[in-house]
Structures are given as C-alpha cells and as structure tokens.
Design a protein around this ligand. Structure first.
Ligand SMILES: O=P(O)(O)OC[C@H]1O[C@](O)(CO)[C@@H](O)[C@@H]1O
Length: 566
C-alpha cells in the first residue's frame, strides 16, 4: 500500500483531508515523491554493484555504536532531501529548545529534559530560569547512599537480615525501561540480590512474585511519577498488606518500602516515609524516566558505578545527536529512514530484532517509547494530520524470530523495515554459539536484500533432479523478492555505556520523527479514555444492580462476569 492509498476518512469521527503528497507542508516532500519514482527502478543490490564504497558511505559511528544503513534503497540525493525535510521541520530548533529546558510538551506545559539527567558536561540545565543541576545531584547522592547501605548491610529488613529481594512496583515507563536495562546488564548483576517486577494489575503477577520472595529480606520500590496510577497503587497496597500478614511490624514497614515520584504528597499520603521518597522533576516524561530516580533498581541490582556508566553512554549519544550534521547523525538518519518507509513506501510497522538474549525486553520498551509518543493523529496545533504517523513497533530476539515471523519479512506481502541489533562479542561465550548467532544476523539482512529470483530457484531444483512439470510451480513458491530494507546496528559488546547509548539513540529517533510529523510526542491523552471507562465498568462489575452501559456487547460481558463471580 502506498501512502496515497491511506484513507483516514474511512473512520467516522476522524476525517482529516487526505493529501496526495505525504507531509506536503514541506517543500522537500514534493522532491521526495520524485526520488521515489526515480529509485523505484533500482534495487538495493544494484546500488551496491554501482558503488564499491557504499558500505563505508552509509555508515555512522557514535557513542560506541555503528549504524550500517547501506542496505536501504537510498542514495545521496534522497538522503540529502530527507535531511532537508528535517531542516524544514525545525528539528535543529526543537532540539535546541529541548536541551534549553523549554516547555516543548505544550499540552501539559512541561519541559522535556531527560537529557539533563545524563549530562556530564559543565552545562547548567535550567527550567523556569532555575538550575536543576543541584536537585539532580542531590537525588544521585541519595541513590548512592541507599545503594551503599543496602549492599553494605547498613539498611536491613525489620529483623536485621540483609535485603535480598528487590521488587519494582510500577507500570509503563516506570517498569519497561528498568527491566529492559537490567536484562541488558545481566553480567553486572549482583549474586546476592534477586529482582522482581509487579507491573500488571493481574493478580497472577502479584501472586507469582509474592510466592517467590521472603518478607524479611524484601524491599519494594513503588515507582510512579504521578503516584496516581491505579495498577501501581493497588499493587503497592496489596504488597503492603501481604508484608503485614507475613509478620512485619507496622512500625518497621518503612524499612521495606521506598518510592519514587514527582507527587511527594501522594506518596506520603500512601504511607511511604518521607526520607524514603526519591523525588523526580515533572520535566522527566514517564517513558524517558529510567535515567531518573525511577531507575533506582538499576544501581541496587548492579552498582552505582554501573548506573553511572549507563548514564554516561546515554550522555555520549546526546552529544552526538546535538552536534552531528543531519546526514551523519545516527538518530536523525534512523528517523528519516523510518519516515521514508512509512510515509513514502507504505510500510506500516517497524521491527527491531536484537541478536542478544539480554535485549529481549528492549523491543517492548521501544513499543512504549515510540508508540505512546507518536501514536497520534492531531498535530501540536490541534489540526488533524493527513499522513501516517507512528509505526507499529514490534520484535523479539533472533534467532528465535527466524523460525517464526521472519518468513513474512522474506516473502510476505507487506514491507517491514528492520533494525538488527548485534553485539559483536558475547559476554557469555560458549563454543561457537555466538559466531553462529552473528552469522545468522548478517545472513538475514543479506537474504532480505538479495532474495532469490526465479532462475536461481529453477536452477536449484533442477540440480536436485526435479522434472520440468514439478519444477515450475515449486520454483515460483521458492522465489524470494529481496530488495527489503534493513539497518544493521552493531557494537563491540553490550556494555553499560553501549546500552545507555542504544536507549538514547531510539529516544532521539522518536523525538525527530515527532517533530517532522508535527506531533507533541510527550503527552498520551489516548490512554485516558480507557482508564475512565475502566472505572465505570469496575463499578458495574462490583455493584448488585447496574445501569446499562451504552452498548449491548459490553452489557452482555458484564452480566456474564457477574453470573460467574457474584
Ligand atoms: O509513573 P506513573 O505516573 O505511574 O505512570 C506510568 C505510566 O502510565 C502512563 O502515563 C500511561 O500509560 C505512562 O506514560 C507512564 O509511564
């Protein structure tokens, strides 16, 4: 499907004008359409054949990462035009505004300043004319002290035993980033601490964690920027009750609960001791908050030094993002390629496939970071968009995917651009396993590009001795179109620094795309309606008599639930 076929007006109540040129507010968009026509007669393999230096030309190194984007159907004129569009959209100006602490989250009137949390330069980040550096340093110091006290046994549970189980209670941005990072930091995790997560409101999750910990050695971290998230509040209340049931004296419960929030009064009202609350500024967005005190579990499960290395890696990517020209800027180039694929070539999703088991949760973190940021259809100025915005982000680790959905990548009818993420050295080398893993990653991107034509398929089958009539139909089924784009993102090893840079890379990619699509990437009004209706339906499920909600399907479901549960 090309973008021209996208007809949002098929959806009632959401009828923006459909423009035949996507992003036509930019002069460069018209030229991009011409580039698409020009390049439609080329293949990626053909571009390699005509340029022996292609692999070096379409390569960016920054902050320990290397992006090889040569296996995309792009050339220099196209790249320059895409970069010009970023210029027209005001990416540079917005980038400056972000790191100047301006309130670019206009609908919530907030600054977007997660970069200040990992800024190890001599700059003085300010919000509302006030330096936020002293506050950042105070919180880091508080984290450092708690980490040292827990590891050193100075902070113990009520019975004097060392803390052995740390449980993060938080959801969305107060969960996914922490889990993605801690999975990545597995070689740096302490042996004497086990980490657990309670995110979902599903009681099964709570049950599974509570049956695997021991109250005397448990520390719960209630992570909630707003301290109003239903899931987190309910789970924290349940965990508190469970601790009391296990015999933790009420007066000692504070030794088992800490919280992170920008809503100190709500955390205090919940019963968290004031000294145990780690504040965060409202200038940190939830999905960008792992760098703040929300990431507390990271140093607790590893060490403060590792947390700092993670921050420094992200800071190095920030510096690259802030200074490199657009055509040599890793997040900008990834953002532009994404927009090219979504808006000009009709891709609807984007797959992220890490070839490292430690990055299993990373695509999930990206789903929140990207889809909650750019899953929008109204511009910053309240106008309906006339183009596709955020892609469906998905993925899982290779090689598992090769035995599942990679078939669709190779022969499916949809275009799915892919980021392969490959650490070139393993932290857990066993035999030739890692060499095989990397071989498969490289082979996937090569196969996607090269494909297999009918002649090749015929020749293969003829070699196997198939006769003409058997051969023809089978050969067609074995054709692999090829010419499918992918990025190869490599690093020497998955170190704390490289992991920090990787997460920051995608944050900036999402930022750039949001600017070009003219969205406010920092609010999430879409999730609110479900919360409101959830409250209403909860009342219906709980009350003896309930007045019908608007549709008969939901009414029937409510009645069925009540029949089974009341
Ligand atoms: O940290 P909080 O305030 O509990 O919010 C959790 C998550 O809920 C959301 O607001 C919406 O689902 C996310 O943006 C956020 O990360």
């Amino acid at each position: 499907m090309s973008s021209e076929n996208f007809k949002p007006s098929n959806f009632k109540g959401w009828e923006p004008a459909v423009n035949t040129t996507p992003l036509s507010q930019y002069a460069s968009a018209k030229i991009l359409a011409a580039h698409r026509d020009r390049l439609s007669s080329q293949t990626i393999s053909g571009l390699f054949a005509s340029d022996p230096r292609r692999a070096e030309t379409y390569l960016i190194s920054a902050a320990g990462l290397e992006l090889d984007f040569s296996k995309n159907a792009i050339d220099q004129p196209l790249l320059k035009t895409l970069a010009a569009m970023a210029g027209e959209a005001g990416v540079a100006e917005k980038r400056t505004a972000m790191v100047a602490g301006e309130k670019i989250n206009s609908s919530e009137n907030r600054a977007v300043f997660h970069t200040a949390l990992r800024d190890f330069t001599n700059s003085d980040p300010q919000v509302d004319g006030e330096s936020i550096k002293p506050g950042i340093e105070d919180v880091l110091q508080k984290i450092r002290i708690l980490t040292s006290n827990i590891h050193g046994g100075k902070w113990t549970g009520y019975s004097g035993k060392k803390i052995r189980h740390i449980i993060n209670i938080g959801v969305g941005g107060s969960f996914l980033g922490i889990k993605a990072v801690l999975d990545g930091l597995q070689p740096w995790q302490r042996d004497d601490i086990t980490t657990h997560y309670i995110a979902n409101i599903d009681p099964t999750e709570l049950h599974q964690v509570l049956t695997n910990i021991d109250a005397e050695t448990a520390l719960f971290i209630v992570a909630s920027k707003s301290f109003s998230t239903l899931e987190t509040k309910l789970n924290a209340t349940a965990a508190r009750s469970w601790m009391l049931e296990q015999g933790v004296p009420e007066q000692d419960i504070h030794r088992h609960f800490v919280a992170i929030s920008s809503n100190i009064s709500a955390a205090t009202a919940f019963g968290i001791a004031k000294d145990n609350i780690f504040p965060m500024g409202d200038w940190v967005g939830g999905r960008y908050s792992l760098w703040s005190a929300i990431g507390l579990m990271i140093p607790l499960a590893t060490s403060y030094a590792v947390f700092e290395r993670l921050l420094k890696g992200a800071g190095a990517m920030d510096q690259h993002f802030l200074t490199a020209p657009f055509t040599e800027n890793m997040p900008v180039v990834m953002a532009l390629l994404g927009i090219w694929h979504q808006n000009w070539l009709g891709a609807e999703s984007h797959a992220v496939i890490p070839y490292d088991s430690r990055l299993t949760t990373f695509p999930k973190h990206l789903q929140q970071m990207d889809m909650e940021s750019n899953g929008k259809t109204v511009t910053r100025d309240g106008e309906a968009v006339h183009y596709h915005t955020g892609a469906v982000i998905w993925g899982d680790v290779g090689t598992n995917g090769q035995h599942a959905y990679h078939q669709l990548f190779h022969q499916g009818s949809r275009l799915v651009p892919i980021d392969f993420i490959v650490p070139l050295q393993s932290c857990n080398p066993i035999g030739a396993q890692h060499r095989w893993l990397v071989a498969h990653a490289f082979a996937q991107s090569q196969a996607l590009m090269q494909g297999k034509n009918l002649e090749q398929a015929r020749a293969e089958l003829a070699n196997k001795g198939l006769n003409e009539s058997q051969l023809e139909s089978l050969a067609r089924q074995k054709v692999i179109p090829g010419n499918r784009p992918s990025n190869m993102l490599t690093m020497d090893r998955l170190t704390p620094e490289n992991l920090g840079a990787l997460v920051a890379l995608y944050e900036h990619k999402v930022f750039v795309q949001g600017i070009i699509w003219n969205l406010n990437s920092f609010d999430q009004w879409g999730v609110e309606l479900g919360k409101v209706l959830g409250n209403k339906i909860f009342d219906c499920l709980s009350e003896d008599a309930f007045s019908d909600v608007e549709d008969s399907s939901t009414n029937r479901l409510i009645k069925k639930f009540k029949l089974l549960n009341d």
